[in-house]
Write a protein that binds this ligand. Sequence first.
Ligand code: TRP
Length: 472
Amino acid sequence: MDNDNSQSSNRAHWSSTFGFIMAAAGSAVGLGNLWKFPYLVGQNGGSAFIVIYALLLVFIGVPLVIAEITIGRFGQLNPVGSYGLISPKLKWVGAMGLVTGFILLSFYPVVGGWIIYYLYHSFVSFGENPDYAQIFANYTSNPTYPIITLFIFSVMNYLIVALGVEKGIEKYSKIMMPALLIILLIVTFRTLSLDGSWEGVKFIFHPDFSKVNGKTILVAVGQVFFSLSLGMGAMLTYGSYLSKKDNLFKSSISIPIIDTLVALLATIAIMPAVFAFKFEPTAGPALIFITLPAVFAKMPMGFFISIIFFTLMLFAALTSSISMLEGLVSYITDKGHMKRFGATTLVSIIIFLLGIPCSLSFGLLSHINIFPGKSIFDSMDFIASNILMPFGGIMLAICVGWIWDGGLRYETIIVRNQKGNPDVVTNGYVFNSCLKEITNQGTLNFPFMSAWIFIIKWVAPLVVLAIFIDNL
Ligand code: TRP
């Protein structure tokens, strides 16, 4: 038997559905929600962007989350092994996910490191009348400090994954995710009670459709994929630790719900504060590391808010990066070459080394462009978020919709009686391995099944493809 498929009976499982939901929502909730989403809303017409995002989320994101988790739970293996069980010819789709994981892990933890620096500086003041743009530029371009904080973040990431699925990932997600939600609520209340914050709320909820064009939709789809950790096997891997008794549909849809709630709350927590102190809402990436520290400095109780806010950011980044790492570790441990401890150590060393050039691309290596006008860091983000993840999403939809066990299909079945006349005529979806997996062999109801099938077969691959072509 091929090694990728060597299924071990003692493979780890979540200890509870709640544990799975916290871990998977933890994967989804990350810098994408707290950092990218608010500034995308700021740049792309406020609630006009939110509406477009919500539509793409419901009609493409949610169905794909279900599809990806289904493959994992079916295979009970890492991405390569699980895709391989669908068809040995599809292993490359899983392998592409692993490559995406390495690329994501080369830059995501760099930002995790910055968060640690800003958390530290919530305690230690930046000095009188600091220039926050200068502080950010100085820090990120420094050749050593960001690498030290990258190292600290990577060690945290390493330790949680090395402890295992139940004792590491699940346990810490069950602590960090609820803490994150509570902190976010506190920050939101603080923001909304500021004088002048109402302007910001109006800005968020006032749709400016003049800012919406083809590009906006492209950005929104990219954000749906990124935010839901789709198309690279992270959700698949977490799904592979789900028990066969769980209700897959119910557990899966909690993930986009929590993810979107956090993104919206983060926007309400951040944007109005920016308005209250008369900063630019369209600041883009600078929002978190330049605008917000300035906002916190002016805010009553800002010191406390800054500490809890960067703690929240740290938790969000960690619960995401552990899921990126787990996909890679599960591949090595499923293959049986190494135990978890060794596999986690090996992969963590590699990704720390990959992180160094990404970190340095803000200083020493800033002159190096991989794509025209894109630094090493930006190029990695671009390859992973704009190319590999959407492509992984298209392949995911094609595999589930068209290839797995003959694909999802509708058939008319005629049973004839002895005289050869039709006795029973039934129309229905062929209950293939995929539908059996989602419904626990037909014992559970699968709401919106026909709509889901239609989306997986047609809408998701075509829309993502169209956006791809539009991009080129
Ligand atoms: N969803 C994460 C966020 O919003 C980022 C992310 C993208 C991710 N792809 C992933 C996380 C894969 C884990 C695994 O920040």
